[in-house]
Design a protein. Structure first.
Length: 329
């Protein structure tokens, strides 16, 4: 971090602590947060190519304590009800039922008795497809299968990754981050095809929570499950019939798996269009969650409620976190 970034970071932290001394800035407010994937190893989570999309266990625990200090952490059903309490109400959501979350995040939520909602891509529960960022990024970082991954990417006509140094270091992790950002612009079906191939070719373990664990977590009462479609690609690029299949089949699959699935649909899209919202409503959905936005408001469209995304840097500082949340008002 250079001098300017360090000064800006310090200013955010100090401003956040100062804002917390004001009179009830979040009185009566409610928000839905969307959390990154939580992994057990903190050092791995902080690598540049992983930090944008995951948290370490220690960072996640620090985040839970910071949120509990400034707000009441409540269920998704509760957060959508109006209230007049001095503390804000906040609901926690995860997109993707990752085994990492089962091992690292769920025990902490249970320890602090904090509810959360997990939105599942039902198609990923039926096949051992990993997340393309993890399969490609972590595979290149760890090294043993880097050549096979490189060749698979080339055979698929995708951009080739940066050449690895003799010793993996932070500079190479930053280069991988840039490469993954480049891949994010590739058509989703091409990334999925390569990911499927590598998952089988490298005999990777299933990355998602198994159905038995979903049922166990639901029975314990703190975790509820909803759906976000069959796959992870944005719905906007699909035709009307394909969107209907995504919504209806995923809701049916979750109804077979869970005793009380959430009657909420989480869009894989950051900002679902009017067309997507209309089709989702025709499928019987009355509440939908987007992947961007701020605090809840009575003016929000119930089929596109905003969520506030959190990241690794925000988890490190209560002051910076509070400043960020107030900036979403």
């Amino acid at each position: 971090m250079n001098g300017l970034n360090l000064a800006q970071d310090l200013a955010c932290r100090l401003r956040g602590h100062w804002r917390r001394s004001l009179v009830a800035p979040l009185w009566g407010r409610s928000a839905i947060l969307v959390l990154p994937r939580v992994v057990d190893d903190e050092a791995t989570a902080r690598l540049p190519h992983r930090a944008p999309w995951c948290l370490g266990r220690e960072s996640f625990e620090r985040l839970l304590l910071s949120l509990s200090d400034i707000a009441r952490v409540v269920s998704l059903a509760t957060v959508m009800q109006p209230h007049h309490q001095p503390q804000a109400c906040i609901a926690l959501t995860f997109d993707g039922a990752w085994r990492d979350d089962l091992d690292a995040a769920m025990p902490l939520l249970d320890h602090y008795a904090l509810p959360a909602s997990v939105f599942v891509s039902s198609g990923q529960l039926q096949r051992a497809r990993g997340d393309w960022r993890a399969v490609i990024g972590d595979g290149l970082w760890q090294g043993p299968h880097a050549r096979r991954i490189h060749d698979a990417l080339g055979d698929a006509g995708l951009p080739l990754p940066p050449a690895p140094p003799a010793q993996r270091d932070t500079a190479y992790s930053r280069a991988l981050r840039g490469y993954l950002q480049q891949l994010a612009g590739v058509a989703a079906h091409r990334l999925e095809a390569v990911t499927d191939y590598l998952t089988i070719e490298l005999d990777l373990p299933p990355p998602h929570i198994d159905p038995f664990s979903i049922r166990r977590l639901e029975n314990e009462g703190l975790i509820r499950f909803g759906t976000r479609g069959i796959g992870v690609a944005a719905l906007e690029g699909l035709d009307d019939d394909a969107i209907r299949r995504q919504v209806r089949r995923s809701r049916l699959a979750l109804a077979r798996l869970c005793r009380e699935p959430l009657p909420v649909f989480a869009y894989p899209d950051r900002n679902p269009s009017a067309r997507v919202r209309r089709i989702v409503r025709e499928c019987g959905v009355t509440i939908g969650l987007a992947r961007q936005g701020g605090w809840l408001s009575h003016r929000d469209d119930p089929l596109s409620l905003p969520r506030i995304p959190l990241s690794q840097p925000l988890a490190q500082s209560p002051g910076r976190l509070f400043d960020y949340l107030l900036g979403q008002l």
